[in-house]
Design a protein around this ligand. Structure first.
Ligand SMILES: NC(=O)c1ccc[n+]([C@@H]2O[C@H](COP(=O)([O-])OP(=O)(O)OC[C@H]3O[C@@H](n4cnc5c(N)ncnc54)[C@H](OP(=O)(O)O)[C@@H]3O)[C@@H](O)[C@H]2O)c1
Length: 319
């Protein structure tokens, strides 16, 4: 496994991280434990979770319940120091007006809840899940700084921020002596490359870590979906994931078929190909793999040090 510094910090993180969004939602606790066993065994040291993740197979799931953090917390008992735990705050945890967002009220309350669910005294990377238009950034950065100074959080990061939002946050942190966001967690994969125009160059310029979510386009880049409406048994689409539907376009299915053709004679599969492409993009620190089965993690770990060739780069760009 290759380790990289998280942005400008001294924290060393594996170039593959383990995503836990499936834990307690699409897979049970034992299956989650099996996946975490393989991840730690193969040298993955980042476990990415969120207070919001969990809630069984309930299609009316609107509010986070913390189930996923609880599973991670039970798993890490006795081995906490082996993992860099990244969690998030900001999505709705209830229907009350103060049960979401990035106010001092909600962050302080949820930080304590996350520490309790994760059964830990500290969170390695505390990420704001998305920009909150209704809370001044000064308030958010001030409370995050307090948490760092109290030793409850070690580093802070943002997720789903535009480059201008990160720049604004940086200016406020510098002005007031607050903690800086050290990383951005953003979506990036062969079917969704918007981040290349602003977010990736911004992160590179400011030495921020870039943690990539959905590197396999929620599973679409495995090639398991052949057309819109195709729901292979046991896939996330079949289990009701809504956001995957954005990827179900004719143009994407054509691209997936073309990528498949490109690597047909190789001894890796399409998921590994898509993941390796992400890992080899210059601004990327770590790709967060969303495993729902143990072999998803071992296959990912198998290509963690695979170096992309110029000729493959050109062929991919052509597609
Ligand atoms: N910050 C945010 O807003 C945000 C948003 C989304 C995700 N995340 C984080 O990023 C993590 C990863 O996101 P993601 O789950 O969308 O990532 P992803 O890696 O693009 O998709 C994961 C899915 O791809 C399929 N897959 C993975 N490896 C495979 C393999 N070797 N062969 C065949 N299929 C394979 C599986 O689908 P099936 O389960 O259908 O088999 C798996 O659930 C999440 O767990 C979460 O921690 C953050």
């Amino acid at each position: 496994m290759e380790y990289r510094n998280l942005g400008g910090t001294g924290l060393r993180v594996s170039n593959l991280s383990l995503g836990t969004m499936a834990f307690g939602r699409w897979i049970d606790e034992q299956a989650s434990f099996d996946i975490m066993d393989i991840a730690l065994d193969r040298g993955i040291n980042v476990i990415d979770t969120a207070n919001f993740y969990g809630k069984g197979q309930d299609e009316s799931f609107k509010y986070g319940t913390g189930e996923c953090e609880e599973i991670v917390g039970r798993y890490l008992k006795g081995k906490r120091n082996n993992a860099v735990v990244a969690t998030k705050v900001g999505l709705p945890m209830g229907k009350g007006p103060n049960q979401q967002g990035l106010s001092k009220h909600h962050i302080m309350q949820q930080a304590e809840e996350s520490l309790r669910r994760l059964q830990t005294d500290w969170i390695d990377l505390y990420q704001v899940h998305r920009f909150d238009n209704s809370t001044p950034l000064e308030e958010t950065l001030s409370v995050l700084t307090d948490l760092v100074r109290q030793g409850k959080v070690r580093y802070i990061g943002c997720s789903n921020y535009a480059a201008w939002q990160m720049a604004k946050a940086r200016g406020i942190s510098e002005l007031h002596g607050y903690e800086h966001f050290v990383s951005s967690q953003s979506q990036y994969n062969l079917l969704s490359r918007e981040l290349e125009s602003e977010v990736a160059p911004y992160c590179a310029a400011e030495k921020m870590g870039l943690l990539i979510y959905s590197p396999m386009a929620r599973g679409v880049l495995s090639g398991k979906y052949k057309e819109k409406g195709d729901m292979p048994k046991d896939s996330r689409a079949a289990k009701g994931e809504e956001l995957i539907q954005h990827y179900f376009t004719d143009a994407n299915f054509e691209k997936v078929a073309a990528y498949k053709e490109l690597m047909d004679d190789k001894d890796y599969n399409l998921s590994q190909f898509a993941l390796a492409w992400t890992l080899n993009q210059p601004a990327v620190t770590s790709a967060i793999v969303g495993a729902s089965k143990p072999h998803h993690v071992s296959q990912a770990a198998d290509i963690s040090d695979w170096k992309w060739t110029d000729s493959l780069k050109e062929q991919v760009s052509a597609i």
